[in-house]
Design a binder for this molecule. Structure first.
Ligand code: TYM
Length: 335
């Protein structure tokens, strides 16, 4: 009974490159924090990754890596589903249906599409354009109430809501209209080199901290992080974006308030401050890295988690698709 009263969470991470501290603070960390309160469904969205050319062997490995990281942050496969998007065919099926309820104009306004098509000018494919429809399908398929993401996904979430409301407007209450869950602090972790841009795994390596970076490397990267010439640890995003970014990282990972951090580092200069940020990042990531190594080596366990999760995810997805097919007028086939 209690299980049923819980609300549903859906989120996904693309298996491309390496996951960053931004992915951790903006998404993965919250996945774990929300696990007990909600029914959680976390996907490794491999179909989304195909919008950019991938090396097939690398992509397969990257999917297992993300699954291992899900488990390494402590997600419990008994409580949360963790599966590969391509193992549940209904994602693609619903995406097609929803694309018939999404306007070209809406998709043309998506910032991520504009950015990605500028970056991959030789491969501006239709998948890149309809990417947000697949994302809406991911979420709506599971009737998710809440979607924990970083601030960069807010626009996609708004589109998912618009599409759900439009569909419901025509056919009645088919989909739950999802709310974004974006933390105020940590929703946008910034680049270490250009603190007015978000930290991104597709930028040069010294601009981000990877979740699997060794402690020495984390220390070196943070030492070089861009700050300012004021030598004052103060939270002021507008005028001190570099320092404010490091403060946000320290605050979210340690639970210390901004006031406390400002007081703790008064008159201490950036060298000491950066060391403290590095200590905290290392302390937070080290146990995850240790567990990750063990889990990634255990392919049988990974296989078992992804298979049983996919099976359970399929059950939910099929139920929604049956409803959608009926509503839009596709004839049922009983074999
Ligand atoms: P992706 O794979 O780019 O990123 C995974 C998650 O990490 C968050 N994130 C950040 N948060 C804070 N600061 C940063 N610098 C930072 N960089 C990344 C992202 O916001 C995201 O939450 N389209 C999605 C994947 C997706 C999805 C979904 C998410 C596909 N279907 C359905 C939720 C629900 C993406 O590309 O995330």
């Amino acid at each position: 009974m209690e299980q049923q009263a819980k609300k549903t969470i859906f989120s996904g991470i693309q298996p491309t490159g390496t996951l960053t501290l931004g992915n951790y603070i903006g998404a993965l960390r919250n996945f774990k924090l929300l696990e007990d309160e909600f029914n959680c469904i976390y996907s490794i969205v491999d179909l989304h990754a195909l919008t950019v050319r991938q090396n097939p062997a690398e992509l397969r490995k990257a999917c297992l890596k993300v699954l291992s990281l899900y488990l390494a942050v402590g997600l419990d496969p008994e409580k949360s589903l963790m599966y590969f998007q391509s193992h549940v065919a209904e994602h693609a099926e619903l995406s097609w249906v929803l694309s018939c309820y999404t306007y070209m104009g809406e998709l043309s306004r998506m910032t991520q599409f504009k950015e990605k098509s500028a970056k991959h000018q030789d491969n501006i494919n239709a998948g890149l354009f309809t990417y947000p429809v697949l994302m809406a399908a991911d979420i709506l398929l599971y009737q998710a109430d809440l979607v924990p993401v970083g601030a960069d996904q807010k626009q996609h979430l708004e589109l998912s809501r618009d599409v759900a409301e439009r569909f419901n407007g025509v056919y009645g209450d088919v989909f739950v209209v999802p709310d974004p869950y974006i933390t105020k602090l940590g929703g946008r972790v910034m680049s270490l080199a250009e603190p007015t841009r978000k930290m991104s795994k597709s930028d040069p390596e010294d601009t981000y901290i990877a979740m699997l970076d060794e402690p020495d490397l984390i220390r070196r990267k943070l030492k070089r992080a861009v700050t300012d010439s004021e030598a004052l640890v103060k939270f002021d995003i507008e005028n001190k974006p570099g320092v404010s970014n490091l403060m946000s990282i320290l605050s979210t990972l340690s639970g210390r308030s901004m006031d406390q951090i400002e007081a703790d580092f008064e008159g201490k200069g950036y060298g000491v401050f950066k060391e403290a940020v590095a200590d905290q990042v290392i302390e937070s990531l080290s146990p995850i890295q240790t567990r990750y190594k063990e889990i990634f080596a255990d392919k049988a366990y990974l296989e078992q988690v992804m298979t049983s999760s996919a099976e359970r995810a399929r059950g939910i997805a099929r139920k929604t698709m049956r409803k959608v097919r009926k509503k839009v007028g596709l004839a049922a086939l009983t074999l």
